[in-house]
Design a protein around this ligand. Structure first.
Ligand code: ARG
Ligand code: MN
Ligand code: MN
Length: 329
């Protein structure tokens, strides 16, 4: 059978929340949620790799939004006073997340699917809050080696990219840096509406939070035990039992094994194969319920050789394409 070229606008996938196939690439070149610089260059690398054109070839109309355009990241990161308890750079992280929140809301209001490219995972505060503000029914798949659900009380590192989920859930509100109060006006994410896939490096405090709230957490053990197809099915059944709600996928490239995505700040061995990683978003695409996607933690500066950066960036682009229906044509 000849290989079909991806120029059709008709696909077997029906994006129920985006039947017109319009997306906004929300660029989030941000690194304040952790200590390593270079992760802010993720969006530029993915664009240089041709992401926009690739999505257009899949039949998507692509707009670009740059909510952090006026941010002087280097200058803001030097502000030594931006600390609250153990939390590093809360003012910078909160301000940037709020800008991304507005960008994501605007993308949804324009009837486009927000595809946010990071940047470190602290931007997930903004993207999830944006999705929830526009549709409180939104459920979440968090694809990651880490749970990113530390609170200002439980975090050891003080890096806010390890905390986004707890903020969006409104956990440990009393310990929040004051800058995050804008989140109070946004519907919080209910613990029954998030499932993790790919976990293998979860802090002690995070384990307790996951257990206490009965959060669906599929670790690499479950991937090995059940296979990735069954795991995605179980995760979706848990967060979206009716199958009718929008699904926001927040994808940390470190969920995939560092063999395939080495250029990332907190790599953990024993991860998803590249195919397992892509299968997750293909399966979500197939449900037709994808409503938003984040691809985060690509840090080309951490490559030890050229292929490391290329592999990581191309995996990031592949996640975006597969989520938007490439392999289901
Ligand atoms: N988005 C990430 N890569 N997060 C890594 C978090 C690591 C660790 N659990 C922390 O809180 O610091
Ligand atoms: Mn991670
Ligand atoms: Mn993460």
């Amino acid at each position: 059978m000849p290989i079909k070229e991806f120029t059709d606008t008709e696909t077997r996938v029906n994006f129920k929340f985006h039947p017109d196939k319009k997306t906004t690439l929300v660029l989030a070149p941000f690194s304040g949620g952790q200590g390593k610089s270079g992760v802010e260059d993720g969006p530029e690398h993915m664009l240089k790799a041709g992401l926009q054109k690739e999505l257009e070839l899949l039949g998507w109309d692509v707009a670009i939004s740059e909510p952090l355009k006026d941010l002087d990241l280097d200058k803001e990161k030097k502000n030594a006073k931006d600390v609250f308890g153990k939390c590093k750079r809360p003012a910078l992280v909160s301000d940037s997340a709020q800008k991304i929140y507005k960008g994501v809301r605007e993308a949804i209001q324009n009837k486009t699917l927000p595809l946010t490219i990071g940047g470190d995972h602290s931007i997930g505060i903004g993207t999830l809050a944006g999705s929830l503000a526009e549709n409180p029914e939104t459920c979440v798949l968090w694809i990651d080696a880490h749970a990113d659900i530390n609170t200002p009380s439980t975090t050891d590192s003080g890096n806010l990219h390890g905390c986004p989920v707890s903020f969006v859930m409104g956990l440990d509100r009393a310990a929040w840096p004051p800058q995050f109060s804008w989140l109070d006006s946004v519907t919080t994410l209910h613990p029954s509406k998030i499932a993790y896939i790919g976990l293998r490096d979860v802090d002690v405090g995070e384990r307790k939070i996951l257990r206490d709230h009965g959060i669906a957490a599929f670790s690499m053990y479950h991937v090995d035990k059940y296979g990735i197809a069954k795991v995605v099915e179980m995760a979706l059944a848990k967060v979206n039992p009716s199958g009718t709600n929008p699904v926001h996928v927040s994808y940390d490239v470190d969920a995939i094994d560092p063999l395939y995505t080495p250029a990332t700040g907190t790599p953990v061995r024993g991860g998803l194969t590249l195919r397992e990683g892509l299968f997750i978003v293909e399966a979500v695409a197939e449900t037709g319920n994808l409503s938003a996607l984040d691809v985060v933690e690509t840090n080309p500066a951490l490559a030890l050789q050229d292929t490391h950066a290329l592999d990581t960036v191309s995996a990031g682009c592949a996640i975006a394409r597969c989520a938007l229906g490439e392999t289901l044509l």
